[in-house]
Write a protein that binds this ligand. Structure first.
Ligand code: 13P
Length: 251
């Protein structure tokens, strides 16, 4: 089964609309590599400019969150209807920063995944263990519970379209990346969980990224692994040249 690798930049709370537009001008044509899906996940306020700027390119746009309801009295929230209306294709769900700072639970993550599919958005669902959990030997259990919640109630065809990002929390923004072999082992385990929930054919289609201090100088090590289908990248996705190098490295 060949899966198209996917490099997604998660800009987090960085870049204005004008900066997003300037970024695309720099990476156009370069961050477009045959056989690699390139996605930029930007703050809500930059999404309209970004969608406009990537028109005619193979670069896709993602949001970093959505609310699980379609409309309602939820001050400050953005729904799947609104993202779909903007022309966004992807949405990050359950990033560890949202789980840690905005009290996102597995139940909320599950509802958000369903909301994404209702509005034709591809969810990039983040799972991963804290340092204490890794040290206590709980990495796989934590990832299993989070993965089971994320895929809860999906049809096999929806499940096949989910992108999972395995991001060990201790590796995010710390410069301490997981070794490629360790990441591949956990990602292989996550694929096994999906196989148990659905079937081998579905599990083989799911793209599972690694995330956590991925840089142009280590992307190739991850991509050489059997189960790693790309990366979700924070810091190194903010500079155009670095982003281009990541996409090239995923080939
Ligand atoms: P860094 O690449 O900055 O470690 O961030 C990883 C991440 O959280 C991507 O979602």
């Amino acid at each position: 089964m060949s899966r198209t690798p996917i490099i997604a930049g998660n800009w987090k709370m960085f870049k204005t609309a004008a900066e997003a537009k300037a970024f695309v001008t720099e990476v156009k044509g370069k961050a477009e590599v045959e056989g690699v899906q390139s996605v930029i996940c930007a703050p809500f306020t930059a999404l309209p400019a970004l969608v406009e700027a990537v028109k005619g390119t193979s670069i896709k746009v993602g949001a970093q969150n959505l609310h699980f309801e379609d409309n309602g009295a939820f001050t400050g929230e953005i729904s799947g209807i609104m993202l779909n209306d903007l022309g966004v294709d992807f949405v990050i769900i359950g990033h560890s920063e949202r789980r840690a700072y905005f009290a996102e639970t597995d139940e909320i993550v599950s509802k958000k995944v369903h909301a994404a599919f209702r509005h034709h958005l591809i969810p990039i669902v983040c799972v991963g263990e804290k340092l204490e959990e890794r040290e206590a030997g709980q990495t796989k259990d934590v990832c299993r519970v989070q993965t089971e919640a994320a895929f809860n109630g999906l049809s096999a065809s929806e499940a096949a379209n989910v992108v999972v990002a395995y991001e060990p929390i201790w590796a995010i923004g710390t410069g301490k990346s997981s070794t490629a072999e360790d990441a591949n082992e956990v990602i292989g385990y996550i694929r096994g969980v999906i196989r148990d929930l659905f079937d081998a054919e579905t599990a083989d289609q799911v793209r599972i990224q690694y995330g956590g201090s991925v840089k142009p100088n280590n992307i190739r090590e991850y991509m050489q692994q059997s189960d790693i289908d790309g990366a979700l990248v924070g810091g190194a996705s903010l500079e155009p040249a670095s982003y281009v190098a990541l996409v090239e490295g995923a080939k």
